[in-house]
Ligand binder design. Structure first.
Ligand SMILES: C[S@@+](CC[C@H](N)C(=O)[O-])C[C@H]1O[C@@H](n2cnc3c(N)ncnc32)[C@H](O)[C@@H]1O
Length: 383
C-alpha cells in the first residue's frame, strides 16, 4: 500500500494543501504584492483585494461615523436641503472643523454627497432613513460596541457583556418581569419586525393555514402583517407576561384586537396555547441555547395537529459558505447575548427533523440580511 502511494506521488488532498500553502506564501510576500499591483492582468484584482482588506481594517471607524451621523440626525437635517459645515455646526453642537471631517467621512461612505463645499443626504443615506428600525438598531449598538472593546477577552468569554442585560429574557422568564425593560426591547424589535414579516410572508404563503400561533411574537407586527394579507386567518400571540400589555396595545391601535388572542407565558415553563395549525418562530431560536431550542421544537411539534406547519424565520449563518451578515454581525451579537447562537439553515433543518417534522425546506429569501426561512410540516394529513 505504502509503495503504491509513493509511486502515485502525493495524494490529491496533500497536493491541494501544498498548493494552498504556496498560494498563501505568495500572497503574503511583499515582493509579489508589489509585482502584482503593477502587472496588467493582476492589478485590478490586487486593487480590489487591497480595498476589501482596508475596509475590514477600518470597519469600526466607519460604524462610528455612521453612529455620529445618526445620533446628530444629520441625515434627517440634510434630507431636503444642502448645507455647509458652518451652516449646521450650531444645530449639532460640533465645532466647524470637526464637523467638516464628519461630513466628509459621511460623503466618503456615500451616505452624504458634497457639492461646492455643501453637503446633502445621498440616496444611500435617504434609504437608511426609510428602513424601519434601522436607526434604532444603529443607536443601540453603543452597547455592543462596548462589549467588543476588548475582542480577545470577548472571544475568550471573559467579558461580562452589557448586551445580555438589554434582553433580560435570555436569563429566563423570571428575569424578564420588568414591564419597562420589556417595552424597551419590544420597541426596538417592533419596527424591524415589519420588515422581517414582509420578507418572510413574501416567501411563505399561508393560504392553507386557518390558525397561526406566533411564539415569542413580541408586539405582534408579524401577525398584523399576516392578518392583513389573510383576512380570514385566526391568530394567537404567545410571549412573556411582561410583553402582553405592549402587544395588546399594539393590536388595539391597529384595530385588530378582536382577531388576535394574546397569551402570556414562558415556552420554557408553560404549555403552548392549543388550536393552531401553524406555528411561527420569528427571531426566537437564535436567542437560545440548543437545549432550549430542542425543547421548544418538541413542544411545538406536540402542540400542532397532523399536517401542521412550522415557520422559522431569522438571520442565519452561511454555514459552509460563511457570510458577513450571519457570521460576523449576528454571530457576535448572539455571543454578546450569552445564551443563543446563530445557526445555519442546515443546522436548523437538522434540529427540526430531530423534533419529528418532515417536508423540511429552506427557500432562499432575497435579503438574507433581513431574514432567512426554514419551513416544515408535522407528518400526517390535515383534517
Ligand atoms: C428577539 S425578540 C423577537 C420578537 C418578534 N418575534 C420579532 O421578530 O420582532 C424575542 C421574543 O421572544 C420572547 N421570549 C423570550 N423568551 C421567551 C419565553 N421563555 N417564552 C415566551 N416568549 C419568550 C421575547 O419576549 C421577545 O418578544
Amino acid at each position: 500500500m505504502a509503495d503504491e502511494a509513493a509511486k502515485d506521488g502525493p495524494s490529491a488532498p496533500r497536493r491541494a494543501r501544498r498548493l494552498f500553502a504556496w498560494r498563501n506564501r505568495l500572497a503574503a510576500s511583499r515582493r509579489f504584492q508589489s509585482a502584482s499591483s503593477g502587472f496588467l492582468l493582476t492589478r485590478g484584482r490586487a486593487r480590489r483585494e487591497g480595498q476589501a482588506l482596508f475596509d475590514i481594517v477600518a470597519g469600526f471607524a466607519q460604524s462610528q461615523v455612521l453612529m455620529a451621523l445618526v445620533e446628530l440626525r444629520v441625515l434627517h437635517r440634510l434630507l431636503e436641503r444642502q448645507a455647509t459645515p458652518e451652516d449646521i455646526a450650531g444645530e449639532v453642537a460640533v465645532p466647524v472643523e470637526r464637523l467638516r471631517v464628519l461630513l466628509q467621512a459621511g460623503a466618503a461612505l456615500k451616505l452624504l454627497e458634497v457639492r461646492h463645499g455643501a453637503y446633502r443626504t445621498a440616496l444611500r443615506g435617504a434609504a437608511l432613513l426609510g428602513v424601519p428600525g434601522l436607526e434604532a438598531m444603529i443607536r443601540h449598538h453603543d452597547v455592543l460596541y462596548r462589549d467588543l472593546a476588548d475582542p480577545v477577552a470577548f472571544f475568550r468569554g471573559e467579558t461580562e457583556t452589557e448586551l445580555a442585560g438589554f434582553w433580560p429574557y435570555v436569563f429566563g422568564a423570571a428575569a424578564a418581569e420588568d414591564p419597562e425593560l420589556a417595552a424597551r426591547y419590544s420597541g426596538l424589535m417592533t419596527e424591524s419586525q415589519a420588515l422581517v414579516a414582509e420578507e418572510t410572508l413574501r416567501h411563505v404563503p399561508l393560504r392553507d393555514v386557518d390558525h397561526l400561533l406566533d411564539i415569542g411574537g413580541g408586539t405582534g407586527a408579524f401577525l398584523r402583517h399576516a392578518g392583513r394579507l389573510y383576512p380570514g386567518l385566526e391568530m394567537t400571540l404567545f410571549d412573556l407576561p411582561a410583553v402582553v400589555p405592549v402587544a395588546e396595545a399594539a393590536f388595539d391601535a391597529a384595530g385588530m384586537a378582536e382577531r388576535v388572542r394574546v397569551v402570556g407565558g414562558s415556552f420554557r415553563d408553560d404549555p403552548l396555547p392549543a388550536g393552531a395549525d401553524a406555528v411561527s418562530l420569528v427571531r426566537v431560536l437564535y436567542d437560545h441555547s440548543d437545549a432550549t431550542v430542542e425543547a421548544l421544537l418538541a413542544a411545538v411539534f406536540a402542540a400542532l395537529p397532523p399536517g401542521g406547519r412550522l415557520i422559522v424565520s431569522e438571520p442565519m449563518s452561511g454555514g459552509a459558505a460563511p457570510d458577513r451578515v450571519g457570521d460576523v454581525y449576528f454571530a457576535l451579537y448572539c455571543l454578546a447575548m450569552r445564551t443563543g447562537r446563530v445557526r445555519s439553515a442546515d443546522e436548523i433543518c437538522d434540529m427540526v427533523e430531530a423534533a419529528g417534522f418532515e417536508s423540511i425546506e429552506s427557500p432562499s429569501t432575497d435579503r438574507a440580511f433581513v431574514t432567512s426561512v426554514v419551513l416544515a410540516r408535522k407528518p400526517g394529513r390535515k383534517d
